[in-house]
Every structure is written in C-alpha cells, then in structure tokens.
Write a protein that binds this ligand. Structure first.
Ligand code: SAJ
Length: 415
C-alpha cells in the first residue's frame, strides 16, 4: 500500500487527502496551523463542503488518514498549500517554498512529488524542483518524479467534481506524469490527460482567466444596457439562442479565491501590457463600486437610510466569503455612513456581523440581493414587505420575479 503525504489541509488538500485515504492509500495530512490540526484530530472539519465531514470521519476513524504538523517519509508528496496575492498583485509563493523545504529531508530515490497549488507558470520546475534538487543529491526526473496536477473543482461541489472532472497532469518527463496519473486514477472517474509541467500550469490559469474575461463581458454588457435603459437579462436570453453564443451572467462582481486571482498569475512573468485579461479584471473589480453608487442614488432621499444585504458569500449556496464583492459593497456603503445589515445564514464565521432575518429587514429602506442562495426563496415577499420601512429591492442576480414584486408594491431595480 502506498503512503501519501498531503501538505496543506485547506479547501483542496483536505478533500483530496480524504479521497486518497478512502481509495486505499495510507495518508498523512500535514498542516502548519495548530487550530486546524487539533480540530481535525478531534474529528471535526473546518471546511463546509457537502459530504466532507462524513467522509473525513470515516477515514480518520478507520485510521486511513493521520493528521499532523510533522512531515514523514512517504512514497508520494502532494503540495496543496494556498498561493495568495502579495501587495504588488504577484503570486506569494512563500507557502509553496516552505512546503518544498519541509519535505526535502524526507524525499528518497523513486518518490513522486506533485504540486497541486495554483501557481504562475514555471513554479513546479523552478521552485519546487530546484529546492529539492539543491538540497538533496537527487535530480528531478532521474531520481525522483515531479508533476503538476491542478485541481479544477467548484466550491460547493468539491467531492463530486474531484471524482468526476477530467484532470490534467503535467510531468517533468513522461514517467513523472504517468506516475502521478496512477495516484489519481484510484478515485478520479473523469479522463486524466498527460502533458508537460508548464502546459498543465498554464491550462489551469487559462481556464479561470477565460471565465473572468467572459464574466467581464457580461458585466460590461449590463452597463451598456443600463445606459440604453434596456434589460440586460432579456438581451442575454435572446442572444444565447444563437448556436455559438453563450453569454454568462452579470452580477455584483467576481469573487472567490480563484477567478479574481488566477488571471494575475497568468500575467505574472510577462512583459506585455494592456492585456485583455488585465482589462477584464479592471471591469470586474469596478462592478461593486458601480453597484454601491447606484444604491446611494436609490436611497438618497431617505433620512438615516438602512440597507439590507441578502448574501455576503461570493456565490450562491456556499458560505465562502473570500474576495466576495459583497464585502466591497458593504465597506463602501459603511464608509458613506449607511446603516448596513447583512443576512446570510450560510456564512458561519466572519468578522462581519450577520443579522437575523428579522433584524436585517426591520426598518430597512432597500433590500440589496447580492447572492442567489436557494434558501432566500423561502423568505416570503409578504414578510419582506411587512418588515421594511420602504419597499425597494435591488436585484443583482435576476433572482426575483418582477411581476410578483409589483403585486406586493415593491419598487424593483436590477442590473
Ligand atoms: N459569476 C458571475 N457570473 C457568472 C458566473 C460566475 O458573476 O455567470 C461570479 C460568481 O458569482 C462568483 C465568481 O464569478 O463571484 C466565481 O464563481 P464561479 O462559479 O465562476 O467559479 P469558482 O470560483 O467557484 O470556481 C472556479 C471554477 N473555474 C471555472 O469554472 C473555469 C472551478 O472549476 C475551479 O476549480 C475553481 O475556480 C478554482 O479552484 O480554480
């Protein structure tokens, strides 16, 4: 039985470690964070993802996984640490660098090292490979295998997508890619495609940049339509009848840990300026401020206005608030002295105050819907209309039914 050491037990590392343990590998999960290690060792998980808690409890109770702060010898090392942005909007590779230094003393001839963290092109070879080569006598591709295997899973559907999505595996040589494929094929049912390190790194970044650029198009289209006083959702609905057109949804901005960040990683080492990718980032980043301006316009005649935000998370049906555009909107309105109340039952721990439904709506002048959580459908319009001081709804996700809102006397704004 192979032993796999997974470094980093976050959004990707933990589910991956669990799936590997469930498929029969002996897994050691490593994290530097005491809180996470202690929590996991008490049988609880720190990530809210469907099915994850149950799966983790199964694999920890049958000892298929062990959680620790200390790296051990293993056959395979998977690095799944986070790669945040630094102040210059460049990739902060410090966690990857520490992980590579952390495993170097445990790597033996014939081991396989896989990087999963989203990183700028060249990171696997030039950072992970070089650190191990320089501090051991081993050569990547000759003495140990080196591969890059990005995750492509969607928060909210992580376990399902870990099993069913196609995967791309890049190797420093063919043998390395093949060895990495053997690890994943124990639980991945999607196709596993083999390629080089750099292609696999760019593929991951290209996918998320593609999405960012396409969402920027939708957001720009919504601003154009607003100048023409035309409903962008109707435009999109009709345009998408064309067999080769598939316009995405405009919204309050683009959040999450991946899409707002990965395009910047793709541009990390290039000299070209004024790229479409960079401009799309600018469009998507500007949207929360445009929405905030419109909110201020709607409530300008009210005395001590109160705004209710429905949704703080970056997208529907998850509690994840990383890079959420709702936070920019909250901060912007708060700075202007507006009384802002947030209702988001999916967000569990945050420094932002999450109100009850009742308190969030009481005496409110505007309900601003930022996230299309299914759970919001359960809140009756009758209740909303009776709780608010002024019946205004601003819908950034095309969530409400316009005709129904009219019946209850709401003034309806949407992007
Ligand atoms: N959004 C829109 N309009 C849309 C679609 C999304 O405004 O039509 C917004 C969402 O509300 C959200 C943001 O974009 O704020 C990102 O959401 P998402 O659902 O597009 O993506 P993520 O960040 O949850 O997951 C993405 C996925 N990548 C792609 O679809 C190309 C996922 O497959 C990746 O694994 C993940 O990034 C990642 O970890 O990189």
């Amino acid at each position: 039985m192979k032993k796999i050491c997974v470094i980093g037990l976050g959004y990707i590392g933990l589910p991956t470690a669990c799936m590997l343990a469930y498929s029969g590998y002996k897994v050691i999960g490593i994290d530097v964070n005491d809180y996470i290690v202690n929590l996991l060792n008490s049988g609880e998980v720190h990530i809210d993802e469907e099915g994850l808690r149950k799966l983790f409890q199964k694999v920890i109770s049958n000892k298929a996984i062990k959680v620790s702060k200390n790296v051990e010898e293993a056959d395979v090392f998977i690095i799944a640490v986070s790669t945040p942005l630094n102040k210059e909007n460049k990739a902060d590779l410090s966690y990857i660098i520490s992980a590579a230094y952390g495993i170097k003393d445990y790597i033996k001839k014939g081991n396989l090292v896989i990087l999963e963290s989203t990183s700028p092109p060249g990171t696997t070879r030039n950072i992970v490979g070089n650190i191990i080569e320089e501090s051991t006598k081993l050569r990547a591709g000759r003495d140990f295998y080196l591969a890059y295997c990005p995750e492509r899973v969607m928060p909210g559907k992580v376990l399902y997508e870990l099993i069913n999505n196609a995967r791309i595996v890049g190797g420093i040589n063919k043998e390395s890619a093949k060895k990495a494929k053997e690890v994943y094929e124990k639980f991945v049912e999607g196709k596993i495609k083999l390629t080089t390190l750099e292609i696999a790194e760019i593929v991951k970044l290209a996918e998320n940049s593609y999405r960012d650029v396409n969402i920027a198009f939708s957001n720009e289209l919504s601003l154009i339509c607003s100048d023409y006083a035309v409903d962008v959702w109707d435009v999109i609905k009709f345009a998408n009848k064309h067999p080769r057109v598939n316009i995405l949804n405009p919204g309050p901005g683009v959040g999450g840990h991946c899409i707002p960040i990965d395009p910047l990683f793709l541009l990390d080492n290039i000299s070209r300026k004024d790229t479409l990718i960079e401009k799309s980032r600018i469009v998507n980043k500007s949207v929360p401020f445009i929405i905030s301006k419109k909110v201020l316009e709607i409530i300008k005649d009210y005395k001590n206005p109160k705004v209710t935000l429905f949704g703080l998370s970056y997208k529907e049906n998850v509690g994840d608030i990383r890079e959420s555009p709702a936070i920019d909107i909250y901060n912007e309105l708060f700075k202007k002295g507006i009384n802002v109340s947030i209702f988001d039952p999916l967000v569990k721990s945050t420094k932002y105050k999450i109100a009850s439904l009742e308190n969030s709506l009481k005496n409110s002048d505007l309900l601003l819907l930022l996230t299309a959580h299914k759970i919001f459908k359960k809140v009756s319009l009758d209740y909303i209309s009776k709780s608010m001081r002024n019946k205004n709804i601003f819908d950034t996700r095309n969530f409400f039914n316009k005709d129904l809102l009219k019946k209850y006397g709401f003034k309806y704004y949407k992007i």
